[in-house]
Design a protein around this ligand. Structure first.
Ligand SMILES: [Zn+2]
Length: 257
């Protein structure tokens, strides 16, 4: 797995060598520019692709071999659509994980309680999910996580060891905030793009041909579209003998309560 500390050291050394090469007329300034661009590109890639674990440890699929278990995960709830998602999961006897926004938990406490009472698990997805959250410093991010923890614990009496950063954006501050709040960072191996793609068949086709034991699937319990896709997905999963279990169980992360 890529580790940003090592890559950064390699890039800095490469930049220094390229700069010395340029100063002593061994090669052109473009060598330095290209090396610097590669370094910048890798860092940007690491920020936006949670699967790289570029800035620290991120779980994005089961490390141990699984025979039929996967984890369906739903972000940005709870909201009224969550009830329809819960109904379908009950009907097809699947368990999932809901990465909840703290504010939404306080707004829909009964739905949050139903998630836990139905045997699913809840993860922390920040308190506000504000758009500029990725630009917060580590202390501000830790406050977002703690406020969401407080809401989740107050309503559901459970404590979650899991955090999923909003928009899947990771950086050194996210890693620091998770260390300070004792959270495991949970990503995904399959992104459905259910908030972006309008066509339900296309969303389903992003998941079904790729899904295999150990995968973590990212969905959002925030639209009718996802509810429709979910029903089709659950039918296919039954055919494929795939069982969804809560992601903390898939990854063998201990629940705190
Ligand atoms: Zn989100």
């Amino acid at each position: 797995m890529l580790k940003h500390q090592y890559i950064r050291i390699v890039i800095v050394i490469a930049c220094v060598v390229a700069a010395i090469g340029y100063l002593y007329d061994y090669w052109s300034i473009f060598v330095f520019v290209i090396v610097a661009f590669i370094g910048l590109g890798l860092t940007v890639w690491g920020v936006f692709d949670i699967r790289l674990g570029y800035f620290g440890k991120i779980h994005f699929k089961a490390s141990e071999k699984r025979t039929k278990e996967v984890s369906l995960t739903f972000d940005d709830g709870p909201c009224p659509y969550t009830e329809q998602v819960l109904n379908l999961l009950d009907q097809y006897e699947m368990k999932a994980t809901f990465f909840c926004i703290g504010q939404q938990v306080l707004k829909y406490p009964e739905i949050a309680k139903r998630i836990i009472d139905s045997g699913h698990s809840i993860g922390n997805h920040s308190f506000t999910h504000r758009k500029d959250i990725a630009f917060s410093n580590a202390a501000e991010m830790a406050t977002e996580i703690k406020l969401a923890d407080d809401a989740i614990t107050k309503i559901t009496k459970s404590v979650t060891p899991m955090y999923r950063p909003p928009f899947g954006v990771t950086n050194p501050n996210v890693i620091k905030a998770c260390k300070a709040t004792n959270k495991e960072i949970i990503g995904w191996s399959i992104r459905s793009l259910d908030t972006v793609i309008k066509d339900e068949k296309r969303i389903l086709n992003r998941i079904v041909p790729r899904i295999k034991p150990g995968d973590i699937v990212l969905l959002h319990d925030t639209s009718e579209r996802t509810v429709n896709v979910l029903e089709q997905l659950l039918i296919k999963m039954k055919d494929m003998n795939l069982q969804s279990i809560p992601v903390d169980r898939l990854l063998k992360i201990e629940r705190n309560g």
